[in-house]
Design a protein around this ligand. Structure first.
Ligand code: NAI
Ligand code: PHE
Ligand code: K
Length: 355
């Protein structure tokens, strides 16, 4: 319920409703402890405003952890635009009005929150927002921005897949069966990189056109509803979050999980079940940080493309640290990554815990 969702321990929730488009806007700032909150704008059709608040809160929390574990001087936040219908049924005049209202809301936060692209928003949407507010990452390159973050994200996810396979005793991806769910901006690139590395690709999407392209490229299509029942060596969720709950964790026929989606696990219990079965899972807020390196690196820290690549390739090393800590302490990989992130969020308490 909305009451439950407002009992949230982040820093700020902003909401607004636009009667003309029947759209509800949510911005949640989880933490500004390490810098201005940042995280993308997600547009989707939600069953209720409570669901939209919940999604924004979980995604904002993941951004705080992503920035902290990645050593970026930013906090965590997220925007959710709860549309009156699925995105593909919103006409362009309505969409422009929606973006303009969202931009007004962001502008009122005066830089405490910086947005960027996420599911169902892209660089040209960021260009539109930037006509009203300057607190926007990921405008198109022609418009002075860093452009799409998807390629950097895919590069980092690929490093995460390799590091996870290696640690799980699978060696390199050569000859391994990799299942990629979601062939969008990130997943499409992940498929290409994994294929180049010699993996056998199983692919799933809900969009027939994307499946056809993948099939023409020689990959094997798996029905979208069969993903959690399809045997593979490594599963790469690159569509939506919340796909592995405890029941799925108990049965998913894979040895490792590493993907781009935010909040892949529904809760900590799912992570514990995976661990008990020896399924090694790359915490998503570590694995998918390439996009944050790209946007914050290029637009805040003055990095060039090589710097972004170098830091993104470091995701494999961060995961090795996470996996070693998880083994040493006998905790889930998610819990280990949380320890690393929290050490940066509150250095004093982390030092106390370590001694
Ligand atoms: P996208 O919208 O380009 O691609 C998503 C793909 O998943 C689409 O092809 C869609 O048809 C497919 N899909 C949706 N529901 C599905 C289902 N039930 N089964 C199979 N396929 C399904 O999104 P993008 O940018 O590739 O992002 C993918 C995920 O990675 C999202 O969860 C996003 O939050 C996350 N992510 C993206 C980053 C970026 O830089 N783009 C950075 C960090 C995380
Ligand atoms: N939405 C993407 C993510 O979850 C990219 C992004 C990163 C957007 C940082 C804004 C800020 O990481
Ligand atoms: K997008």
């Amino acid at each position: 319920s909305i009451d439950d969702e407002l009992r949230w321990d982040g820093e700020l929730t902003v909401t607004r409703h636009d009667r003309e488009t029947d759209t509800t806007f949510v911005i949640r700032i989880d933490s500004t402890r390490l810098g201005p909150a940042s995280g993308g704008t997600r547009a989707a059709h939600y069953p209720s405003i409570g669901h939209a608040l919940a999604d924004a809160g979980k995604l904002a929390g993941a951004m705080t952890l992503k920035m902290a574990v990645s050593d970026l001087p930013m906090g965590g936040g997220k925007s959710v635009i709860a549309l009156p219908a699925p995105r593909n049924r919103i006409d362009s005049a309505t969409w422009t009005r929606i973006l303009d209202i969202h931009a007004e809301n962001i502008d009122k936060l005066e830089g405490n929150y910086w947005t960027g692209p996420d599911v169902n928003t892209n660089s040209s949407d960021m260009d539109q927002l930037s006509r009203i507010t300057k607190y926007v990452f990921g405008r198109s390159v022609d418009n002075g921005g860093a452009g799409s973050s998807a390629h950097a994200t895919a590069l980092g996810v690929f490093e995460a897949m390799k590091a996870t396979a290696r640690r799980r005793g699978l060696g390199t991806l050569d000859g391994r069966t990799v299942l990629v769910q979601g062939l969008g901006a990130v997943g499409g690139d992940v498929v290409r990189l994994a294929a180049q590395a010699g993996a056998r690709l199983l692919v799933a999407d809900t969009d027939p056109q994307r499946l056809e392209a993948a099939s023409l490229a020689g990959h094997t299509v798996v029905p979208a509803g069969e993903v959690l029942r399809t045997p593979c060596d490594l599963f790469a969720p690159c569509a939506m979050g919340g796909i592995i709950d405890s029941a799925a964790a108990a049965s998913i026929p894979t040895l490792a999980v590493a993907g781009a989606a935010n909040n892949i696990l529904t809760d900590a219990a799912a992570g514990a079940v995976l661990r008990s079965r020896g399924v090694l899972c790359a915490p998503d807020f570590v694995a998918n940080a390439g996009g944050a390196f790209h946007l914050v690196g290029r637009e805040v820290l003055g990095w060039n493309e090589d710097d972004v690549v170098e830091r993104t390739l470091g995701i494999g090393r961060t995961l090795d640290e996470v996996y070693s800590l998880s083994e040493e302490r006998g905790i889930t990989t998610e819990a280990a990554a949380l320890l690393l992130a929290r050490a940066r969020l509150s250095p004093a308490s982390a030092t106390a815990a370590a001694t």
